[in-house]
Design a protein around this ligand. Structure first.
Ligand code: 13P
Length: 258
């Protein structure tokens, strides 16, 4: 299975800054077999970065951070994945900031996963419990609900095309009182996710679905997370905004996974 290093820039960097960042990234990294590198810029930067990547025939991929689940219509202010088709290879779906700030529900997310798949874009479905849920011992049920909720209308063949990102909300660096997840915490949740996938879709699908980890990943701890059994890559927020850090993590991933 490939290793995925994905940078989620969230609502940061102007179009110009995004382009300069990408230029630096492309200069410094060499493609490596089995390593997939993607960045998720703001929606307005996607097209210029697509042109930049195409001009250089780069293998670096683009991801959307979000989209609306309908393909077109009277939805003022929204962007559909059909409109993003051809510009991005991936789309982050159900990030905790979308769930808790913008009120996205499992039903919305289920429609988004289906919309991405019908438009040939790989969904990166984010799941993960909050600090409160964890302290009440609800981690297992939350992960189960989020997984079942977002995948309820997707069959086993299509689930293999979905990437799952486990992002415990309490470990995301922008949250007040964020704390690091231990590799053991991550291992436990990744085991749970695979066993849920196995229960719904069978062993083969459970083994073939990539699972990424996200939450305060930086160049110092990336190696530990990448070596957790069952982790196929990283979804990185804050550290991906510093190109030197993102490049360090990419280099590390090459060494760890080779
Ligand atoms: P941090 O790496 O800043 O904790 O963000 C993680 C994240 O939310 C990536 O989607």
């Amino acid at each position: 299975m490939k290793t995925y290093i994905v940078g989620n820039w969230k609502m940061n960097l102007t179009v110009g800054e995004s382009s300069i960042y990408l230029q630096k990234l492309l200069k410094r990294i060499k493609p490596a077999k089995g390593l997939e590198i993607a960045v998720a810029p703001s929606a307005i930067a996607i097209q210029p970065l697509r042109i930049q990547l195409d001009r250089l025939k780069s293998k670096v991929k683009l991801s959307a951070q979000n989209f609306y689940q309908k393909d077109y219509g009277a939805y003022t202010g929204e962007v559909s994945i059909m409109q993003l088709r051809g510009l991005v290879d991936y789309a982050i779906i159900g990030h905790s900031e979308r769930r808790y700030i913008f009120g996205e529900t499992n039903k919305d997310l289920c429609q988004k996963v289906a919309a991405a798949l019908r438009n040939n874009v790989t969904p990166i479905l984010c799941i993960g419990e909050t600090e409160n849920e964890r302290s009440f011992g609800e981690t297992v049920s939350v992960i189960r609900d989020q997984l079942h909720g977002a995948l309820s209308e997707i069959d086993a063949d299509d689930v293999k095309k979905v990437i799952i990102a486990y992002e415990p909300v309490w470990a995301i660096s922008s949250n007040k009182n964020a704390r690091l997840a231990s590799p053991d915490d991550v291992a436990e949740s990744v085991r749970l996710i695979r066993s849920e996938l196995k229960e719904i879709y069978g062993k083969e699908t459970a083994e073939e679905t990539p699972i990424l980890y996200g939450g305060s990943v930086n160049p110092n701890n990336a190696g530990a997370y990448l070596t957790v059994p069952g982790v196929n890559g990283l979804l990185i927020g804050g550290s991906s905004l510093i190109s030197d850090h993102f490049i360090d993590i990419i280099e590390l991933a090459k060494r760890v996974k080779s």
